[in-house]
Design a protein around this ligand. Structure first.
Ligand code: HDD
Length: 716
């Protein structure tokens, strides 16, 4: 791009600020039949259609008669329908996406890179993010145990930049050549296409047992990280090692991080399993609900940087994707943030057709010799050709917001029409036509390469257990227990003893107690001594707790108020108002979807309060917290109903926040009368009692409700 053209592009881009640069780019492609009604229904070639309900027939009026092939309108409809499906992604098939924007706080990263997207604080870069699960197909459930994809497209004036990351910072394999083997092993088995949306089967555990480089990643996938509460409450990682180049011509290795504003939170396994059936679309609905209600998901953006000259200074190889860079050794520098503020208008053209590519970088950002990244740089472009055709980058969601001019031409589904007599370079036209530029073009970092051609991996790539131990050691005791339970669940689903006996032996290289407990649970090989000493090191940044927001928040949390007829209306109104202030959403759950009647109103004829769901319509798993207000009749009816007792018992078992007032406390106490549970509950005064995370009070001052309720909901 010539200098003057580059300037004009930058100006055009920044004048349309923020996310609107991409959103407005898409405007011409968006059809809204409701906002601009056309005269009628058309065929694809624009002819008005009078009847879209009956195929053209040879009928005598009494009998239907044969359908005629000559009906071009019927044929067109069926042809188009027959070809609606495109191949789903070979991995990460199920996803949800949203538009947003990215900003850096200042220019501090300019010591590492000259990429304006990372250094110019006046820029608002439009982004599109697609979150995904890996194993399941497009129709699988959201809350399965799996890695989550976190792929971000930055539409910059210098071209598109994609970070195609995950919510886990490491990967199963070190070298891209193993990817087909790994994916075949984790996907449904070839003979019966089982299982869907999970790794709990022989082939996955067989493979990882024979491929010990996956040990570290297996720890992460069996931890709570793999059952996130929300796509908005997980970290994102670029995983691979990229490079940054600065204006002085120096090069740095870099890892990219996303840190969610709301903290990192997970389901307990039992909840995740149940939601797979109760609401398989839970995560994509949660994303849509948050953005639509104005609770925009936000992440801080950080980089870890290692100067090229320090590559050999660590006991791990910084180019090995099965290793993290511990933050004690390589600090995380927070340089910006991303907000998602717009849901998609139509799923297929946006979320299904968005196509990422690790090789999409902009000037100032480059690659490294990370052997996983090198293979990925080949694979992504290639897979889009199968999914979307060779002109996939012209699709509205994928095309850059800066001009694209070159001599790539033709191919299936070419959209653009390019003027001019020449489609090659060099050509007689020269300046004025697209010419390679000397200013602002992508510059490869000039580096010396030497070696002997051979199929090898670096010497530090041979060590597989140090960081698996580091991760396990860094978890809190309950996080460790969840991990032990998860591996036990998965190995219990493997029926080949070779598989589960091998894996319990692998575990003994990570932690003796971990291996012993799992082996006892699943009939594995119970060790009598550690397979390898535990180095005992830990680091706080690996536990989810580390990311808890500084101020507790109920923002975007789903709070259910459980009601029966005869409840205290003033309390419910005060609670709802308080939750609204805290930006939580409140849901009234009653005996019927319709009016529920407070004390003082006649059931069936009072003004009532509209319930969002009835007891059978939803389950406790779908909410973060519960409130049971006071009311004599209401509490009695709740106590008599098996389903409402189950709501509260299940919520209690899942360690959810539960609040109860007055007679509501009596119901709550009865419902959670479980072996070993001695709930301290306050029935007598307005003092708030907190026991097992259950918050109770006998009397509730609805006048000062807002402040109090927020404190209660935040567990203070
Ligand atoms: Fe990959 C999709 C993330 C290794 C080959 N990958 C895909 C997506 C994500 C990742 C988030 C979904 C993108 C979307 O939403 O459209 N993949 C990763 C991460 C990896 C990784 C974090 C390890 C660091 N992937 C990896 C390797 C290869 C691939 C080693 C092949 C050599 N990945 C693909 C693919 C996919 C893909 C086959 C399927 C659909 C697509 O690309 O667009 O090319």
């Amino acid at each position: 791009m010539s200098g003057s053209l580059a300037g004009a592009v930058k100006q055009a881009f920044t004048s349309v600020t923020g996310q609107t640069a991409k959103v407005s780019d898409l405007k011409n492609d968006i059809v809204d039949p409701y906002a601009n009604p056309t005269k009628g229904l058309n065929t694809d070639h624009g002819v008005l259609v009078a009847d879209t309900d009956s195929w053209l027939k040879a009928s005598d009026g009494t009998h239907t008669g044969p359908s005629l092939l000559e009906d071009q309108i019927g044929r067109e409809k069926i042809h188009r329908f027959d070809h609606e499906r495109i191949p789903e992604r070979v991995v990460h098939a199920r996803g949800a996406g949203a538009h947003g924007f990215f900003k850096v706080y200042d220019d501090r990263a300019s010591k590492y890179t000259y990429a304006p997207v990372l250094t110019d604080p006046s820029r608002v870069t439009p982004t599109f993010v697609r979150f995904s699960t890996v194993q399941g197909s497009r129709g699988s459930a959201d809350t399965v145990r799996d890695v989550r994809g976190f792929a971000t497209k930055f539409y910059t004036p210098e071209g598109n930049w994609d970070i195609v990351g995950n919510n886990i910072p490491v990967f199963f394999i070190q070298d891209a050549i193993k990817f087909p083997d790994f994916v075949h092993a984790v996907k449904p088995e070839p003979h019966n296409e089982v299982p869907q949306g999970q790794s709990a089967h022989n082939n996955f555990w067989d493979f990882v047992g024979l491929q010990p480089e996956s040990a570290h990643m297996v720890m992460w996938v069996m931890s709570d990280r793999a059952v996130p509460r929300s796509l908005r409450m997980m970290q994102g990682f670029g995983v691979n090692t990229y490079s940054l180049m600065n204006a002085k011509g120096e090069r740095f290795f870099v890892k990219f991080h996303w840190i969610p504003e709301l903290g990192v939170h997970s389901f307990v396994w039992d909840e995740a399993l149940k939601i797979c059936g109760q609401d398989p679309d839970f995560h994509r609905k949660d994303l849509e609900e948050a953005i639509s209600s104005g609770a925009y998901p936000k992440w801080k953006f950080g980089i870890q940087v290692i100067p090229e000259a320090r590559q050999d200074d660590f006991d791990f190889d910084p180019l090995d994707a099965t290793k993290i860079w511990p933050e004690e050794l390589v600090p995380l520098e927070i340089i910006g943030e991303m907000t998602l503020n717009k849901t998609v208008d139509e799923y297929f053209p946006e979320v299904e057709q968005v196509a990422f590519c690790t090789a999409h970088v902009v000037p100032g950002i480059g690659f490294s010799d990370d052997p996983l990244l090198q293979g990925r740089n080949f694979s992504y472009f290639d897979t889009q050709i199968t999914r979307l055709g060779p002109n996939w980058q012209e699709l509205p969601i994928n095309r850059p917001v800066c001009p694209v001019m070159n001599f790539q031409r033709d191919g299936a589904m070419r959209h653009k029409i390019t003027k001019g007599e020449v489609n090659y370079w060099p050509n007689r036209k020269g300046i004025g036509a697209p010419v390679p530029t000397t200013e602002g073009g992508y510059a490869d970092f000039a580096s010396k390469v030497q070696g002997i051609k051979q199929r090898v991996r670096g010497s530090k790539f041979q060590e597989h257990y140090n960081q698996a131990q580091l991760f396990f050691n860094s978890l809190t005791p309950y996080e460790q227990q969840h991990l032990i339970d998860a591996i036990s669940f998965e190995l219990s689903h493997c029926d080949d003893p070779v598989v589960y006996k091998t894996y319990t032996q692998i575990l003994n290289n990570i932690d003796f107690n971990l291996a012993k407990q799992v082996a006892i649970n699943v009939d594995g090989v119970v060790p009598d001594r550690p397979g390898r000493e535990n180095h005992g090191k830990s680091t706080p940044t690996l536990s989810q707790l580390y990311y808890a927001p500084k101020e507790p928040t109920i923002k975007s949390r789903r709070i259910a108020i459980l009601l029966a007829d005869g409840f205290n209306l003033a309390e419910v109104q005060a609670l709802r108002a308080a939750f609204k202030v805290g930006q939580a959403t409140t849901w009234i759950i009653g005996p019927r979807r319709g009016k529920v009647y407070p004390s003082g109103q006649t059931v069936g004829s009072g003004e009532g309060l509209q319930a969002d769901h009835h007891y059978e319509g939803q389950r406790s798993t779908l909410f973060d917290a519960f409130i049971i207000p006071s009311g004599v009749e209401h509490a009695r009816k709740l106590s008599e109903n098996g389903r409402t007792i189950h709501w509260i018992r299940e919520a209690f078992g899942h360690c959810k926040a539960i609040g109860a007032i007055g007679e509501g406390v009596t119901f709550l106490k009865e419902a959670v009368q479980l072996p070993g549970v001695q709930l301290q509950a306050n029935l007598a005064s307005d003092t708030v009692t907190n026991s097992y995370g259950v918050v109770t009070t006998g009397v509730y001052d609805t006048g000062s409700a807002a402040a109090d309720t927020l404190k209660i909901a935040q567990g203070q």
